[in-house]
Design a protein around this ligand. Structure first.
Ligand SMILES: Cc1ncc(COP(=O)(O)O)c(C=O)c1O
Length: 414
């Protein structure tokens, strides 16, 4: 049986415990949604004030070179690369995940002309599917080939592969269940059929160690505002393995991806390397905040974070079973190699329960139709938070506090 004292002892022995002080965490709040919007680092507040007052306010346009604003996408990208096993020169911070998916899918199809199948899974994040549908639909309407989007069984990706597959596009850690794909094995299977492997790392970057170069992955996208703590709407990132750079003619050929943007040439000439995947002017304030968020993860070290993350998610699942019996289904796999840094509980009244939790100071989120999703960010969560959150959940279930009409009306964002 796990007790609160056991968990307090784990906090006392936690090598990452001091990192909590680096984040703004309101008193009395147990924040289990760092997988949707990471907490604010104190240093980001200071850095943004400096960027606003000194760099923007005083240095003005000179900041593009004096304060290296122009270098932000590559610099922040290379720092993110350290978290995802990407050697420098292959990752940039830019745009949103959706836009980056469009850029990379277009590039991947271009690398495999003549092939007309995209393999993904039905449960992939909807924007991933929509971008594939939108891009292939547009190619068809322009008179190009008809594409098939093939939905693989997530537990048996190889069964969906053949030599017509141009690209396999999967999310590494599933947004709903928290289940992991085996990146090395799936990438190898895609390559066996000559397909390009494109990973969505939205729920992986900063949450689980990733080895893109080590797995021989071709392309990846990921999120700045979740585990990387880059702030609301933070720029996303994209990765393309160096071996592909020269072969890509970007579909979004913007001036920031030009070989010499300040020549103002009327003709597009792609920049050498990953820079050709940039499109327009970087959002400097958001990039500056993202850089601070990423620095925090580099300092904490992904292996230490993973060790604590597995302990947090494993202990939380044990506690839910201990305190709540079978009141909830546990959708997240138990195997340590099989899950990310979230726990997904299923319940018919999941949305109302999430609302009741929020009113009691425990913040989860909800994913239709019935998933109560709890994210565990090892940078700033304590083991005692697990106990306190489960105690509040138990009280809500025992007292039926969730059973209120106003909790059943869905807000615009869940
Ligand atoms: C797996 C996954 N892909 C893509 C997105 C969408 O990202 P964006 O809004 O930056 O396009 C999300 C957002 O939560 C996500 O979880």
């Amino acid at each position: 049986v796990i007790t609160r004292d056991d968990l307090a002892a784990r906090d006392a022995a936690d090598p990452l415990a001091s990192f909590r002080d680096a984040y703004v965490l309101p008193d009395g709040l147990i924040y289990l949604d760092g997988n949707s919007l990471g907490a604010l680092p104190h240093e980001a507040r200071a850095r943004l004030h400096d960027v606003i007052d000194r760099e923007w306010g005083r240095d003005l346009i000179r900041s593009w070179t004096k304060n290296d604003w122009i270098g932000l996408p590559a610099r922040v990208g290379d720092k993110i690369g350290r978290l995802i096993g990407a050697a420098p020169g292959q990752t940039v911070a830019a745009d949103s995940i959706s836009v980056n998916l469009f850029k990379l899918l277009a590039a991947a199809l271009q690398l495999r002309p003549g092939r007309t199948t995209i393999v993904t899974e039905e449960g992939n994040f909807p924007t991933d599917l929509y971008i594939a549908q939108g891009l292939t639909g547009m190619i068809e309407r322009l008179g190009g080939p008809a594409f098939q989007i093939r939905y693989a069984d997530p537990l048996d990706i190889p069964a969906a592969l053949d030599d017509d597959v141009a690209v396999v596009m999967l999310t590494h850690v599933d947004f709903k269940s928290g289940r992991n794909h085996d990146m090395a094995a799936v990438t190898a299977a895609a390559h066996l059929h000559g397909a390009v492997m494109l990973w969505d790392l939205s729920h992986s970057a900063g949450a689980v160690p990733v080895e893109l170069d080590g797995c021989n992955a071709d392309m990846a996208v990921g999120c700045g505002y979740k585990y990387l703590n880059g702030g609301p709407g933070a720029p996303a990132f994209l990765y393309v393995a160096e071996r592909h750079h020269d072969a890509i003619d970007p579909a979004l050929a913007g001036w920031m991806g030009h070989a010499a943007p300040f020549e103002f040439s009327p003709d597009y000439r792609p920049a050498p390397g990953i820079a050709r995947m940039l499109v327009g002017t970087p959002p400097v304030l958001s990039m500056a905040a993202l850089e601070i968020g990423v620095d925090g993860l580099i300092a904490a070290d992904m292996d230490r974070l993973r060790t604590k993350s597995l302990a947090l998610t494993g202990t939380f699942m044990d506690l839910v079973e201990q305190e709540l019996g079978d009141a909830f289904g546990i959708m997240t796999p138990r195997g340590e190699h099989d899950r990310g840094s979230q726990v997904s509980l299923t319940h018919r009244h999941g949305y109302a329960i999430a609302r009741a939790l929020i009113d009691r100071g425990v913040i989860p989120d909800f994913r239709a139709p019935d998933v109560l999703r709890l994210g565990f960010t090892p940078l700033y969560l304590r083991f005692v938070d697990l106990w306190d959150a489960v105690a509040i959940l138990k009280d809500i279930m025992d007292s039926h506090a969730w059973d209120r009409a106003d909790y059943k009306v869905r807000a615009a964002v869940t």
